[in-house]
Design a protein. Sequence first.
Length: 245
Amino acid sequence: MIRVCADLESLSAVAAGLVAEEARRAVREKGRFTVALAGGGTPRRTYELLAQPPFRDAFPWNQTHIFWGDERCVAAIDPRNNARMAREALLDHVPIPPDHVHAMVCDQSPADSARKYEALLREFFEGGPPRFDLILLGLGEDGHTASLFPGSPVLGERQRWVAEVPAAEQGLHRLTLTAQVINQADLVIFLVSGSSKARALREVLEETPQPDRIPARLIRPSGRLLWLVDREAAKGLQALQREAK
Ligand code: 6PG
């Protein structure tokens, strides 16, 4: 499903409402809410809104567990660190128990750090499949999502839940949930904003490139999938043009 919002602010308000709704539903049904956050810049405003009324005070923080879809192997205080952004925008401003925040930490080799986070997930999900209630994702201009980049050998990973990714052009490594874990989520929401994403969004939604060229196409969850996009990002979508006529 694709929902087009006027701009990033309205997209973020819709996203915050959906996250809050999913949290309350999961807690009603299962007694807890598990969400893997996206990094990058797009989700920041959504996180800021969740830290304010009306969302903050009606959110089941005590029953919520926060994870990440990916992380850069940089210091926790590095501005590129996804957990730092989420703490600044959200987690430092809400009453979530500190031991419910499960950050990806790269304090060993990237491979060992990936194994450590996978062990954390296997323990948390008690050996069963890692079925997150919600996973938030962004979309890169090259069609990547989380740290699943075009041509990466991780795209075909079927056993591991968490993998290390050499992001050579950025001079660092990253950790990422694998596509097979993301696809087990009950709900996946992509947040896509800006004209710079229009081509990638069209390629994901309306063309049939090789999945390893547009990794976001690998995301076909057994649960629900929602594309929350703004008008700028949706400009290239033919289907919407037809609807608009
Ligand atoms: C990250 C994300 C990455 C991001 C896209 C879009 O850690 O940066 O995992 O996949 O979602 O690159 O980033 P923007 O939202 O900044 O455009």
